[in-house]
Design a protein around this ligand. Structure first.
Ligand SMILES: [Zn+2]
Ligand SMILES: [Zn+2]
Length: 368
C-alpha cells in the first residue's frame, strides 16, 4: 500500500486531476457547481486528494464500531493520498457515560502497522486530570496512579498521549477546563520526554480571563474562562524535551488563536508543534482560508516561516459522517496550496520527527 501510495502521488494523471481540480475549484462548494469537474472525476466527484502524501495526524473513530472504523480509515488512505491516519481519543471525564480509551480499538489498529496508529489517554489520563482539578488532590498517590496508567498505555502500544485538554467546549464530550501547568500536566510532560512521545493538547486560546463568547451556551460551558496561555508556556518550558502538539489551529472559538499568538509561541518554544484543522461546517474565528478558498497571506507566511512545526490534523471522523462536509477535504485543499518543500515537511516529515521510530520508517518509505 505504501508503494501504491507512492505511485499515486507520482501518477501524472492523479496529479493532473488534482491540479485541475485545485485550479478550478479552490473550495468544495464550488466543485459542486462545476460540470467540468464532475466530468473529470466521475467516481469521486468533488474529492480532491492531497498532491503529495500526508499523515492525517488527528482523526477519530466510532467507539461502537471499532472494526468498521478501521476499515473505513484504511479505505480512505488511497482516496485522500494519506500515508497514515492516527486516531486520537476524545478528551473525557469519569462521569461522562460512554467514556473509553485506546484499548477499545487497539487490537484492530495494530493489524495495520504503517497505515494506522493511535494515541491514548483522552479517556483516562485526561479524566484523571479533570478529577484532580475538581478534588484539588494532586498528591503522591494520585501522581503514582497517573504515571502507572501512562506507562500502561505506552506498553500497550499507543504512540503519544492524546487527546488531552485544558479548555474544551461542550461537544462530543463535556465542557472541561484545567490549568495547562497543573502538576499532572507537568508530570505528563516529563513522561512524554522520557519515552519520546508527544502530547496532543486541545486548548481554546484564552490569553486573559474572559466571559464565555456570546455564541456559546452556559451551561453546559462555564460562564467565565480562565487565562491559559501563560500557564501553557510554563508547561512548554517545564521540560523542553517534551513535544507538545497544540491541536486545531484554524478552529478557534474564542477569537484569540491569532497568527500573532501562534508565531510568538512558536518562536519562544522549540518543543511546540501545531495541527492544522479547517472545518467547512465550523469556521470559528481566525479561519486560515478566505471565502475564495485561498490561504490568507498572513497564515501562509506563518506556515512557510515555521515549516518544521505544523502537521495536518483535520479531526476527521471515520466512518465519515454522511451529512457533514469533510474536514479532511477542506484541510487538504489548504495543504495543496503550500509550496512543495513546505508541503513535504507538513505532510510527512514533521510527523516522522515528532513521533520518531513508531512511524518514521513507514513515512520515509512514502516518497513525497
Ligand atoms: Zn479536540
Ligand atoms: Zn479531536
Amino acid at each position: 500500500m505504501r508503494r501504491l501510495q507512492g505511485k499515486l502521488a507520482e501518477n501524472p494523471a492523479v496529479q493532473a486531476i488534482a491540479v485541475v481540480a485545485l485550479a478550478l475549484v479552490t473550495h468544495v462548494s464550488l466543485a459542486r457547481q462545476s460540470s467540468m469537474q464532475t466530468a473529470k472525476l466521475p467516481s469521486a466527484r468533488e474529492l480532491v486528494p492531497a498532491l503529495t502524501p500526508f499523515v492525517e495526524e488527528h482523526a477519530h473513530f466510532d467507539e461502537k464500531d471499532p472494526a468498521g472504523s478501521v476499515r473505513s480509515a484504511v479505505a480512505a488512505l488511497g482516496r485522500e493520498n494519506a500515508a497514515m491516519i492516527l486516531f486520537q481519543i476524545s478528551p473525557d471525564t469519569f462521569d461522562h457515560p460512554g467514556r473509553y480509551d485506546s484499548e477499545i480499538i487497539l487490537a484492530e489498529v495494530k493489524q495495520h502497522p504503517g497505515k494506522l496508529a493511535i494515541t491514548g489517554g483522552g479517556g483516562s489520563l485526561n479524566a484523571m486530570i479533570m478529577q484532580s482539578v475538581a478534588t484539588g488532590d494532586a498528591g503522591p498517590e494520585v501522581q503514582k496512579k497517573f504515571k502507572a496508567r501512562a506507562e500502561e498505555l505506552l506498553r500497550e502500544g499507543v504512540i503519544g498521549f492524546g487527546e488531552m485538554t485544558a479548555e474544551h467546549f461542550d461537544g462530543f464530550t463535556p465542557y472541561q477546563t484545567a490549568p495547562p501547568d497543573h502538576p499532572l500536566y507537568l508530570l505528563l510532560a516529563d513522561l512524554a520526554a522520557e519515552h519520546d512521545v508527544p502530547i496532543d493538547l486541545h486548548m481554546e486560546a484564552v490569553p486573559q480571563d474572559m466571559a464565555l463568547p456570546p455564541d456559546l451556551r452556559s451551561p453546559p460551558n462555564a460562564p467565565r474562562l480562565h487565562a491559559n496561555i501563560a500557564a501553557f508556556e510554563r508547561l512548554l518550558a517545564h521540560n523542553p524535551r517534551a513535544k507538545v502538539i497544540w491541536a486545531h489551529l484554524g478552529s478557534d472559538f474564542t477569537g484569540f488563536r491569532t497568527v500573532d499568538l501562534d508565531r510568538r509561541l512558536l518562536q519562544a518554544h522549540p518543543n511546540l508543534f501545531m495541527e492544522i484543522k479547517t472545518d467547512p461546517d465550523a469556521h470559528g474565528r481566525n479561519y486560515p482560508l478566505g471565502s475564495d478558498g485561498r490561504i490568507k497571506p498572513e497564515w501562509l507566511k506563518l506556515f512557510t516561516d515555521f515549516p518544521d512545526r505544523f502537521v495536518i490534523g483535520s479531526d476527521q471522523h471515520y466512518p465519515e459522517p454522511k451529512d457533514a462536509d469533510k474536514r479532511w477535504q477542506e484541510t487538504i485543499l489548504l495543504f495543496n496550496q503550500l509550496p512543495p518543500d513546505v508541503r513535504k515537511k507538513i505532510g510527512t516529515e514533521n510527523v516522522a520527527h515528532i513521533y520518531g521510530n513508531s512511524v518514521a520508517p513507514f513515512l520515509h518509505a512514502a516518497k513525497n
